[in-house]
Design a protein around this ligand. Structure first.
Ligand code: MRU
Length: 333
């Protein structure tokens, strides 16, 4: 199963808003549809957004008849700005854009048709690299898990958040492949329920023992000794290790510290933002109020007109993180 790929001259994605009810694919042939797919979380998760951005830049330039590099570069810039305006937090989205733009600049002496080919190749490389990186994260991270462990996770940092394997869930998949018996507790992840809808769906498909809990149950489970480790993904990691991830992750890290449970972050290098020194500089996305007041946009569950605060991410300070698992190895404090 692939979350995102280039197929029939279009970007093919799994429409994640339809899961777990239906496994439905979308074929995207214009930038506006891609922008909305990203904004509305049809495609989501930091590494998948890196691939979406890369393919999006190619989509934006592939049919242009611009004859000189100056005009071609201006089109790349316009496309990049548009895609970058879809969601602000995941570093991978900007990293994907930057990689595509720099291939063009490096080859600016070549004919536009050759540059387009190289840009398409770069998007393919980005996709291949993610597949490999996730498996390496799995290799490194699986050493930290022992048979019989119960692992708590939040949001979805699995196949659906990457190309086809996952970061936090990649660690669990690899441990499972090695024959370790791992039990997973998945936080449902209010307000958009990525844990309930996506994580439980893909873990069940992979035959992993998974139990769904409401977000506010995590503390009790830890006190009862039901959680051995916490592993989450990340959307952006600052130079000092502060890590942004789905709202609620910071709370889990505090709970883990209090209960002396290791708290791991699993993420590829493309999630690191070395331009910023601490998590204070990570832009946090604010999302529409309806995500909180209406159960998945369908049914009112709050007083009409109530004020809502809906940040999509929070930042876990590095001192609460036991280690960061990357494709290059495990980063200890
Ligand atoms: O709002 P989302 O669903 O895009 O948030 C995703 C997360 O918070 C993931 O944990 C993160 O992107 C890491 S995915 C490997």
């Amino acid at each position: 199963m692939r979350t995102i790929e280039w197929k029939n001259n279009k970007i093919k994605i799994i429409d994640q808003t339809k899961l777990p009810g239906k496994l439905e694919y979308l074929y995207i042939k214009d930038l506006e549809t891609l922008w909305h797919a990203i904004r509305e979380l049809k495609v989501r998760g930091a590494p998948a957004l890196g691939a979406a951005a890369a393919l999006g830049i190619y989509l934006g330039v592939k049919d242009t008849d611009k004859k000189n590099f100056k005009d071609f570069a201006a089109l790349i810039d316009k496309t990049a700005k548009y895609i970058a305006s879809s969601r602000p937090t995941a570093r991978n989205l900007f990293w994907g854009i930057e990689r595509m733009a720099s291939v063009a600049v490096r080859n600016k002496e070549k004919p536009m048709s050759a540059i387009k080919k190289l840009m398409f190749r770069e998007a393919e490389i980005i996709i291949e690299e993610d597949r490999e990186a996730c498996r390496k994260i799995g290799d490194f991270g699986s050493v930290l898990l022992k048979s019989g462990d119960s692992v708590l996770t939040v949001c979805n940092a699995g196949i659906l958040a990457t190309i086809d394997y996952g970061t936090a869930l990649g660690v669990i998949y690899r441990a499972h492949e090695k024959g370790k018996k791992i039990k997973v507790f998945a936080c449902e992840t209010r307000p958009l329920l990525q844990g309930a809808r996506l994580t439980t769906w893909e873990l069940k498909k992979k035959g992993i023992d998974v139990t769904l809990i409401c977000d506010n149950m995590a503390a009790s489970l830890m006190r009862e000794g039901k959680i051995d480790k916490v592993i989450t993904g990340a959307d952006r990691i600052a130079s000092n290790g502060d890590s942004a991830n789905k709202i609620g992750t910071y709370g889990l890290a505090i709970l883990a510290k209090y209960h002396k449970i290791p708290f791991y972050v699993a993420a590829p290098m493309s999630t690191f933002d070395t331009e910023i020194s601490t998590g204070k500089d990570i832009p946090i996305e604010q999302r529409p109020r309806e995500e909180v007041t209406e159960l998945f946009f369908k049914k009112p569950i709050a007083a009409r007109g109530v004020k809502v605060y809906n940040p999509a991410f929070d930042v876990t300070p590095h001192e609460l993180i036991t280690a960061i698992i990357t494709e290059k190895g495990i980063i200890n404090p």
